[in-house]
Design a protein around this ligand. Structure first.
Ligand code: ADP
Ligand code: ZN
Length: 740
C-alpha cells in the first residue's frame, strides 16, 4: 500500500481550450490549491494558464455532459507549476461557465476562455503614465490617417498606455508622441490601486413623471430584494427607459453591489456614455473586444475585487468575474447582435438571465419592441412587465405613412418616389432634418451583364458581389473577397454591358445629391464612419444642425437622440421580409420601428414614410397602425401550432465540408440517425441558404421539440451516433437566430 505522502493530490484544471473537460494535475506538497485558483500548468512542452475546477459538477441532469477523459495514473500526473497572483474565480462563475458550456454543447474550456480574456502573467501593475484624449481637440491639429485611427480608438475616453495605443491602432509609438506633443492627448498617471472613479448614485437624480416613477420604484424594489427576478421594461422610443434603468443601477450602487449593462453595439454608445456620466458624475468601466490590454486587465481585476461597480459592455462582459453582482440590464433585448454566432454560439440576453438565476440577482431586459420570447415569458408570468406608454415631455410618436410604390413609382433608374421627394423638400424647406434609411451598404447589390445575363457572384460564397463604387470594387459581404470592377463581362466579354441592379446606400446618396444639390448630406454606414469616434462626431454634427439630410444603414437605428429630425424615409420597407427566417417579420418591425423612433423626439412632430411594394403585408399594416402588441399576438398564433419558438425548442446543426459531395454525405449520416419520438421532429437535411460560405459547403438540419423536452441530451446521443471524416464539421446552434 502506498504511503499517504506518495499519493498525489489530484486537482482538476480547466484550460481555456477546446478539450472536453478538465485535466487532472498533481498539486505540489507546498502549494495550497482550492477550486477557482488561477494556475499555470505544463501542457506538452509549454506552460498554459488554467483554473482549478470543481471535481463534481453541479449541473442539473438534463445538462450533464458525458464524462470526457480517461483517468491518468498517479505516476503520470504532471504537477501544477505555479499559482498565479490573481483573484480566484468564485463558485458562482464556475457554475455559470459549466452551465453555458452544457447548454450550448460547447467545450467548457472555450467558455472559460471568455472569462479569462486578459494577460494573466505579470504582477500588480506599477504606476505608469497613460494617455487620455483631449476634448475638444486642439483646432490646429494636423490630421493624418495614423493620427485619425489613434483618435478614433481613444474616443471612448479610456486611458491607455503608449504601447496599448500603438498596438490597438496599428501605429508607431511616434504617432502617439506626436499627438501628445500637439496637445491632442493628455498624460494621466495610472494609479494601479483604484483606476476607477466611483459612480455616485446621488450625483444627479432625474425628476420622474407618472408612469416613469412607478416603473423606477418597481425596479428599485426588485434590486433591493437581492434575489433572482426578470423584469421586462417596455416603452415606446423616447419614453425614458434608459432614464429609468439608470435608477435601478443607482439602487444597486446604494446597496454596494455591482451592475452590468449589456448594449448590443458598445462602439455606438457615445450618447449613452454621456447620459451615464450626467447621471452618476463619472464614466462607467467599459468592456468590449477593442479596449486596450491595460484597461482590460484593470477592469477584470476591478470586477473581481469590487472596485469596479458599473460595467457597460458588449455581450462578452457577461463573463467578467464580478465579486458582488446585484443587477444586469440588457438594453435592446430584441437585438440579434446579442447572439454570438462563432466559437461558443450563445445568446447573451438569455445567458444573462441564467447568470442572474444562478447567482440570485435581478435582471432587467429593455426594449421598445420586445422579442416574442420575452413577451411569452412575461405572459406566462415568468417575467414581470413594466410599460411606459408615452414619450417623455409630451413629444408625440411619429405619424406613419405607407407609400404604395405601385401607385407612385420612382422614375426609371431611381429609387425614391416623387411623393417622398416632395416630403423631403418640404422638410428641408422648413429647415428641419430628414433621414433616408436603407439597410444595404454599397452602390448596388447585384451587377448583371445586359448581354448574356451573367451575374457577378462571390467565388467562395452563395452570394452576389456588392458594388462599392466609391472604392471601384465588387465585394462579398460574407467573406473578405474583393475584386476590381471588370472592364468587360467575364463571361461574354462584352464591353460596357455590366449594369448595377437595385439600390445600396451609395446609390441613394447619388440620387439625393441630384435631387437636393444644396442640402448638406451626411452618410452614416460602417463604410463611411471609420469607428466610434467618427460615429460620435457624425452624431454631434447632426445635433448641431450642420446636416440637412442623413442617409444611413442600420447604424442610424441605434438609440440616437436627434432633436431636429422630423422626417424619416424608409427606402425599402420590404427588404427584410424575404428569405426563410422564422423571425423575418418580427425583425423587420423591430428595426423599422427603431428607425422611425429617431423622428420627432423633441417638440416638432415627426413623420415616417415607408416605401413598400407590399403595403398589405401584416408588417406594413402594423407599422401603419403602430399596434405592435397585436402584431406580436398574430406572430404568436402562427408559431404556436407548429411548436416554433418560444412555444417549442429549436436547435440547428450546420454541417460543412470542403466538397458538396462530402457535405451531402455528412448530412445524410445525420439524416439517417435522426432522433424521433413524440414531440421530437427533425427538419432536413437541406442545403443552407448560404450553401457555400468562405469556401465551405453547408447543409442544415433543425431539431424541433416540445418546450418540456430538453434538446441537449437528444443532441449528445445523436452526435455520438455519427462518425465524421476529417474535413467534415458540425456546428450546433441552440436557439438559432440566424437561419443562413
Ligand atoms: P428611451 O430609452 O425609452 O428611448 P430615453 O430614456 O432615452 O428614452 O428618454 C428620451 C429622452 O427624454 C432623453 O433625452 C431623456 O434624457 C429624456 N427624458 C426622459 N425622461 C426624463 C425625465 N424624467 N426628466 C428629464 N428628461 C427625461
Ligand atoms: Zn464571399
Amino acid at each position: 500500500m502506498p504511503s499517504p505522502a506518495a499519493q498525489a493530490r489530484r486537482v482538476p484544471v480547466l484550460l481555456p481550450m477546446p478539450f472536453a473537460g478538465a485535466f487532472d494535475y498533481k498539486a505540489p506538497a507546498d502549494m495550497r490549491l482550492r477550486a477557482g485558483d488561477i494556475v499555470s500548468v505544463p501542457l506538452g512542452n509549454r506552460r498554459q494558464t488554467g483554473v482549478v475546477w470543481d471535481s463534481q459538477s453541479a449541473l442539473p441532469p438534463d445538462l450533464a455532459q458525458p464524462a470526457p477523459n480517461k483517468t491518468v495514473a498517479d505516476n503520470r500526473l504532471r504537477a501544477v507549476a505555479e499559482r498565479l497572483d490573481l483573484p480566484p474565480l468564485n463558485a458562482e462563475l464556475r457554475h455559470f461557465v459549466d452551465w453555458v458550456a452544457a447548454y450550448t454543447l460547447s467545450p467548457p474550456g472555450m467558455v472559460l476562455a471568455m472569462t479569462l480574456r486578459l494577460h494573466m502573467k505579470g504582477s500588480a501593475p506599477a504606476p505608469a503614465t497613460g494617455w487620455m484624449v483631449q476634448s475638444p481637440a486642439p483646432t490646429t491639429l494636423r490630421m493624418t490617417p495614423a493620427r485619425q485611427s489613434v483618435l478614433a480608438l481613444m474616443a471612448d475616453g479610456t486611458t491607455r498606455t503608449t504601447t496599448d495605443i500603438a498596438s490597438a491602432a496599428g501605429v508607431s509609438a511616434g504617432v502617439v508622441k506626436g499627438l501628445a506633443d500637439a496637445g491632442a492627448l493628455r498624460p494621466v498617471l495610472l494609479e494601479p490601486a483604484r483606476p476607477f472613479a466611483q459612480p455616485d448614485p446621488l450625483h444627479h437624480p432625474p425628476t420622474l413623471e407618472g408612469a416613469q416613477e412607478d416603473a423606477a420604484a418597481a425596479l428599485r424594489q426588485s434590486v433591493r430584494e437581492k434575489k433572482f427576478s426578470v423584469t421586462l421594461l417596455e416603452g415606446v422610443t423616447g419614453s425614458g427607459k434608459t432614464e429609468i434603468y439608470l435608477e435601478a443601477i443607482a439602487a444597486c450602487l446604494e446597496q454596494g453591489q455591482q451592475a452590468l449593462v449589456l448594449l448590443p453595439e458598445i462602439a455606438l454608445s457615445a450618447q449613452w456614455m454621456e447620459r451615464f456620466t450626467r447621471r452618476f458624475g463619472v464614466r462607467p468601466a467599459v468592456w468590449h473586444s477593442e479596449i486596450g490590454q491595460k484597461a482590460r486587465r484593470q477592469t477584470w481585476l476591478g470586477a473581481a475585487d469590487g472596485s469596479v461597480t458599473v460595467v457597460v459592455g458588449a455581450r462578452s462582459a457577461l463573463f467578467l468575474p464580478f465579486c458582488n453582482p446585484g443587477l444586469i440590464i440588457v438594453d435592446e433585448e430584441h437585438e440579434s447582435l446579442f447572439k454570438q454566432e462563432e466559437g461558443v454560439i450563445y445568446n447573451a440576453r438569455d445567458m444573462a438571465v441564467v447568470r442572474g438565476r444562478l447567482a440570485g440577482f435581478p435582471v432587467v431586459v429593455v426594449s421598445a419592441t420586445p422579442s416574442l420570447e420575452t413577451l411569452a415569458n412575461a405572459q406566462a408570468g415568468r417575467y414581470q412587465r413594466l410599460v411606459l406608454p408615452t414619450r417623455h415631455g409630451g413629444a408625440s410618436l411619429p405619424q406613419t405613412h405607407l407609400l404604395d410604390m405601385r401607385d407612385a413609382p420612382p422614375e426609371r433608374g431611381m429609387f425614391l418616389s416623387p411623393k417622398l421627394v416632395k416630403d423631403i423638400a418640404a422638410t428641408l424647406g422648413r429647415e428641419e432634418q430628414a433621414m433616408l434609411f436603407l439597410n444595404r451598404r454599397g452602390y448596388a447589390p447585384l451587377t448583371l451583364c445586359r448581354t448574356c445575363g451573367h451575374r457577378m457572384e462571390c467565388p467562395h460564397c452563395t452570394a452576389w458581389l456588392v458594388e462599392h463604387r466609391n472604392r471601384q470594387v465588387l465585394s462579398c459581404h460574407y467573406c473578405d473577397h474583393t475584386e476590381p470592377m471588370p472592364p468587360v463581362c467575364p463571361s461574354c466579354k462584352t464591353e460596357h454591358s455590366l449594369t448595377a441592379i437595385g439600390p445600396g446606400i451609395e446609390r441613394i446618396t447619388e440620387e439625393a445629391r441630384q435631387l437636393f444639390p444644396d442640402a448638406r448630406i451626411l452618410v452614416m454606414s460602417s463604410d463611411t464612419l471609420g469607428g466610434p469616434a467618427a460615429t460620435a462626431e457624425a452624431v454631434a454634427k447632426i445635433a448641431r444642425r450642420e446636416v440637412d439630410l442623413i442617409i444611413g444603414t442600420q447604424i442610424v437605428a441605434k438609440g440616437w437622440h436627434f432633436p431636429h429630425l422630423t422626417l424619416v424615409g424608409i427606402v425599402d420597407a420590404d427588404l427584410g421580409l424575404g428569405g426563410a427566417d422564422l423571425r423575418a417579420g418580427e425583425r423587420t418591425i423591430q428595426l423599422l420601428h427603431q428607425v422611425a423612433g429617431r423622428a420627432g423626439r423633441a417638440s416638432a412632430p415627426g413623420r415616417v414614410v415607408l416605401q413598400s411594394y407590399t403595403p398589405e403585408h401584416p408588417v406594413m399594416q402594423a407599422l401603419l397602425s403602430g399596434d405592435f402588441d397585436q402584431f406580436m399576438e398574430q406572430e404568436a398564433e402562427q408559431r404556436r401550432p407548429g411548436f416554433w419558438p418560444p412555444y417549442g425548442r429549436l436547435a440547428a446543426l450546420i454541417i460543412s465540408a470542403d466538397t458538396p459531395q462530402a457535405a451531402d454525405e455528412a448530412a445524410a449520416r445525420f439524416g439517417r440517425t435522426a432522433p424521433y419520438g413524440e414531440g421530437i421532429q427533425v427538419l432536413g437535411p437541406a442545403p443552407a441558404p448560404l450553401a457555400l460560405l468562405r469556401g465551405r459547403h453547408r447543409r442544415r438540419l433543425l431539431l424541433r421539440t416540445w418546450r418540456n423536452i430538453a434538446v441537449q441530451p437528444i443532441l449528445h446521443r445523436w452526435l455520438g451516433l455519427v462518425q465524421l471524416d476529417r474535413h467534415m464539421r458540425v456546428e450546433v446552434d441552440i436557439d438559432p437566430v440566424s437561419f443562413l
